[in-house]
Design a protein around this ligand. Structure first.
Ligand SMILES: *[C@@H]1O[C@H](CO)[C@@H](O)[C@H](O)[C@H]1NC(C)=O
Ligand SMILES: *[C@@H]1O[C@H](CO)[C@@H](O)[C@H](O)[C@H]1NC(C)=O
Ligand SMILES: *[C@@H]1O[C@H](CO)[C@@H](O)[C@H](O)[C@H]1NC(C)=O
Ligand SMILES: *[C@@H]1O[C@H](CO)[C@@H](O)[C@H](O)[C@H]1NC(C)=O
Ligand SMILES: *[C@@H]1O[C@H](CO)[C@@H](O)[C@H](O)[C@H]1NC(C)=O
Ligand SMILES: *[C@@H]1O[C@H](CO)[C@@H](O)[C@H](O)[C@H]1NC(C)=O
Ligand SMILES: *[C@@H]1O[C@H](CO)[C@@H](O)[C@H](O)[C@H]1NC(C)=O
Ligand SMILES: *[C@@H]1O[C@H](CO)[C@@H](O)[C@H](O)[C@H]1NC(C)=O
Ligand SMILES: *[C@@H]1O[C@H](CO)[C@@H](O)[C@H](O)[C@H]1NC(C)=O
Ligand SMILES: *[C@@H]1O[C@H](CO)[C@@H](O)[C@H](O)[C@H]1NC(C)=O
Length: 509
């Protein structure tokens, strides 16, 4: 990536930030490696990331003549030429990663007018190059024919997308650099399967059995993941009976009805166990068993647990008139001048219902995705599993239970290790425990899309991951982690960044 400092600077002087998008012009890259594929994109649209001198690219990865994946890349605000690349994917399945950009960890948030934005000082591109992709085809701005109905198929498309990206002059310099996988919720399906698939492709490339570029993920962070239905549906009973730190969410008669629905003959547990017994089976009968189990468990265990609450955030009732986080970005992504500027030629779909029902039809919602995660943990792949403790949907009690029950060498040690407070400037913001390169964390007052609720804490966690810190410290001052907004530094030609040092660590490199 090269900077366009001068261009941005001149435009800044001439038009001000609001008009920078006038420079957008379309670029194309044709892949030599993948047939009928390439990139169609615009550079430095001036949308969202308005910090002078910080590059961005948005557009489509055309993975086939009929399938285009939307991506939005924001260069790091500091040291983009050496900072790692982080892929951020939202879940769903079928939900757009623009949620990540505008609600969680991107360079800006959208104001209530649905037309203007405010820089996010806690944006993760403060310390890393960030790549947001809408997948599978149909999610967000991604467009094309055909549907993907399984994580395994989605992995193949994502691999093709990365082949094209890394072949292109815009992204080839990332080859060999750290590549972090950040995701949440249903991303707990995507991430371990994608990384495993990429690793298998890397091995084939290494042995000369496949031509392509190695794409090597170097660490994984999953917040509020949906890992294992059997364990996580069971967790709703305990969590609703007494959410640690918050108290009971439902009364005793509701809890007892949930409990009965879970354990009764042919109930939620029995049906999920029958689904698990199909293993990797995918006959129509297997799929029906698994999707049926999930539907039953949702109706009789999940719905009663969250009744009256925002399932993403128990500190908010379901009837909240201005729920956190706001969804103003959905309107913003329909504004024609915005779409023209960023090079979007398709219609935005925040969460695609067809994708969701497609994944439902293959029974994926009833299946466990712990085995591929366990294999990565066994291989000492750096993993951060972090959960907001105000999230009911993927509550931390259930995720913790999944991590200690997963078949990997550290499960007993993890279970026997106490959570200890993790502090920023002396304030406890989370609890963590670590076994080698595996860290579990309960994040205080975080909701389902965690960075949206506790942005400063989330950036601190991300900083740990980026810096591969290894120390036994469990506290941090968090100094320098906040990224200044443009106006206060607009006369600086280069950015001075003070990295936080000496705070708590997760990973053995
Ligand atoms: C694109 O076309 C091919 C060949 O006709 C088809 O197999 C595929 O499902 C289509 N859709 C996508 C999204 O690739
Ligand atoms: C428990 O909560 C349910 C659902 O809110 C309500 O219908 C029921 O009356 C409550 N039962 C008792 C004993 O409070
Ligand atoms: C919202 O829901 C809560 C909890 O169910 C209830 O106590 C409150 O009265 C409701 N508020 C409105 C305005 O309906
Ligand atoms: C899932 O998609 C694959 C490939 O497009 C297709 O062959 C299969 O029939 C689909 N499965 C279901 C249950 O719809
Ligand atoms: C974890 O430890 C607790 C006791 O602290 C025990 O009750 C539980 O069965 C253990 N879980 C696993 C999966 O080993
Ligand atoms: C812990 O992982 C081991 C494999 O390393 C497995 O045999 C064992 O069943 C797991 N423990 C639990 C409680 O699941
Ligand atoms: C930090 O860890 C040490 C042990 O290494 C422990 O004594 C201390 O209580 C922990 N601090 C917090 C805030 O949990
Ligand atoms: C951990 O932090 C919580 C929340 O601030 C506090 O209530 C608790 O006392 C702390 N525990 C320790 C061991 O410091
Ligand atoms: C840091 O790494 C060393 C080995 O490089 C390891 O012995 C130690 O346990 C690690 N500490 C933490 C907290 O992960
Ligand atoms: C921690 O304190 C330092 C020094 O006062 C300050 O610069 C920094 O912003 C604080 N960090 C957080 C997360 O509040």
């Amino acid at each position: 990536m090269h900077h366009r400092m001068l261009d941005a600077w001149v435009l800044w002087l001439s038009f001000g930030v609001g008009c920078v998008h006038a420079i957008s012009s379309r670029h194309t890259f044709k892949s030599a490696a993948v047939q009928d594929s390439g990139l169609t994109y615009v550079k430095n649209s001036g949308i969202c990331e308005t910090t002078p001198g910080v590059d961005q690219i948005s557009g489509y990865i055309d993975i086939a003549s009929n399938a285009s994946m939307w991506f939005w890349f924001f260069a790091a605000r500091n040291s983009p030429d050496t900072a790692p690349l982080t892929l951020w994917l939202n879940g769903g399945p079928g939900c757009s990663s623009m949620t990540g950009v505008f609600q969680e960890n991107g360079p800006c948030t959208v104001n209530s007018d649905g037309a203007t934005t405010t820089l996010n000082p806690y944006s993760w591109n403060g310390i890393s190059n960030m790549l947001y992709i809408d997948q599978p085809i149909g999610a967000g701005f991604s467009t094309g024919s055909g549907t993907v109905n399984s994580t395994a198929d989605a992995a193949k498309m994502m691999w093709t997308a990365f082949q094209i990206l890394y072949e292109s002059p815009e992204f080839s310099s990332f080859q060999g650099r750290d590549l972090i996988f950040g995701t949440e919720s249903y991303g707990a399906h995507f991430a371990p399967v994608f990384i495993t698939y990429f690793n298998a492709q890397n091995a084939l490339i290494g042995s000369g059995d496949l031509t392509g570029q190695k794409i090597i993920f170097t660490s994984l962070m999953i917040n509020d993941g949906k890992h294992d239905p059997l364990i996580q549906y069971a967790s709703y009973i305990n969590f609703a009976a007494n959410a640690p730190g918050y108290g009971p969410l439902q009364n005793a008669s509701v809890i007892s009805a949930m409990s009965e629905a879970f354990t009764e003959n042919d109930g939620c547990q029995a049906q999920l166990e029958a689904c698990y017994a199909t293993g990797t089976g995918s006959t129509p009968a297997d799929n029906a068993l698994c999707s049926g189990a999930d539907v039953l468990c949702t109706g009789e265990v999940f719905n009663p647990a969250v009744a009256g609450y925002d399932p993403d955030y128990l500190l908010e009732f379901a009837n909240a008139t201005n729920p956190i986080p706001p969804t103003y970005y959905v309107n913003y992504l329909k504004v024609e001048s915005v779409l023209n500027a960023i090079g979007a030629t398709s219609t935005y779909d925040d969460c695609n219902a067809d994708i969701k029902s497609g994944f439902g039809s293959t029974g994926e919602f009833g299946r466990t995705f712990l085995p591929p995660l366990a294999a990565l943990a066994n291989a000492h792949f750096p993993i951060l599993i972090w959960v907001g403790d105000a999230d009911i949907k993927a509550n931390w009690v259930g995720v913790h239970e999944a991590m200690v029950s997963m078949s990997w060498y550290g499960n007993l040690t993890l279970n026997n290790t106490a959570l200890t407070n993790w502090t920023i400037n002396g304030t406890a913001v989370a609890q963590i425990k670590t076994v080698d390169s595996f860290t579990f964390s309960r994040v205080f007052r975080g909701g389902h899309s965690l960075p949206a609720y506790v942005p400063a804490t989330a950036l601190q966690f991300f900083t740990q991951v980026v810096q591969k810190q290894n120390s036994s410290s469990n506290s941090t001052t968090g100094s320098g982690k906040k990224s200044s907004a443009a106006p206060s530094v607009r006369f600086k030609a280069s950015w001075v960044w003070v990295v936080a040092v000496g705070f708590g660590a997760f990973f053995v490199v």
